[in-house]
Design a protein around this ligand. Sequence first.
Ligand SMILES: *Cc1c(COP(=O)(O)O)cnc(C)c1O
Ligand code: SF4
Length: 324
Amino acid sequence: MAVPLKNKTFTAIDTLLDFLEFSEENRALVWRRPRFPLMVPRRLAEKMGKNDPTCPLFLQFVPLLKETASLESFTLEPVNDPLFRLGPKYLQKYAGRSLILTTKACAMHCRYCFRQNFPYETNAGGFSEELDLMKKNTTLHEVILSGGDPLSLKNSSLIPLLLELDTISHLQIIRFHTRTLIADPNRLDAELLSCLARLKKNVIFVVHVNHPLELGEDLTEAFDKLKDLKIILLSQSVLLKGVNDDVFTLEKLSFDLFRSGVLPYYLHQLDRVQGASHFEVPIEEGLELVEQLRERLPGYLVPRYVQEIPNQPSKTPLLKEAVR
Ligand SMILES: *Cc1c(COP(=O)(O)O)cnc(C)c1O
Ligand code: SF4
């Protein structure tokens, strides 16, 4: 069986299915020509069950024929980001914090990604336009580095951006939203760590983790390096059918994150992006799960269950009952 020993990332479906020892029968579930190409980092492929199409990691990263289902309510741009685009790589939806779409690249392709069709600015360039917009807007106190994934940028682009952001006096916080460390904990190399150590702003990492299998000792070590720099570690997850839509998985995820030094921040209701309808958990079920979590966990380990509703001034909290 051809196993790419040197390749760090699987991009050919058959190579991955061979590696996962998939039977002919189970291969028939897979969509061979997905619009959003396959990209599975080796670290995650190694954690996937063999010949197991129900594995929560397999489901997150391998395209299934189910993606071809077309439902009118699942659209190409579910959160209407282009409306809030103030510059080619710049969004501001909420007061006080703006978001830089640092790159379109990610270390992995998640099948439920709401930005899989986003019309990214492909012209690489620098960030002078975004930096100018931020410098002029003194109501901002926080910049969010998103994408794609900010840690997909090479240090030679990321470090100058960070150093420049660090000089904007009205900014207090530089926040990363990233999933790259799940693919490769070693992305936190010495050069990047020493840059992070020099920053005067407060730094927050919001790591995207959906299932306890994504964690591990290697990742805890990476998080420890960030904690040593007094960087705040939070996590966000998407509620996904077949992946984490049961109370035991969510409970374990919170405990395991905490043991790795991370506090759960958000649990997102799935954004209705085309191709992801098979991941949707009805909100009533999500509310029930969060109620059960609340009974089992200290309050600080219960993520805020939220939904992104276009044109709202914040993420919208989903709550079982409103105050009477
Ligand atoms: C989610 C989001 C944020 C961050 O919201 P917080 O509630 O501060 O975590 C900021 N900008 C955009 C465009 C977002 O989608
Ligand atoms: S890492 Fe985030 S932005 Fe990249 S594909 Fe996954 S969900 Fe989308």
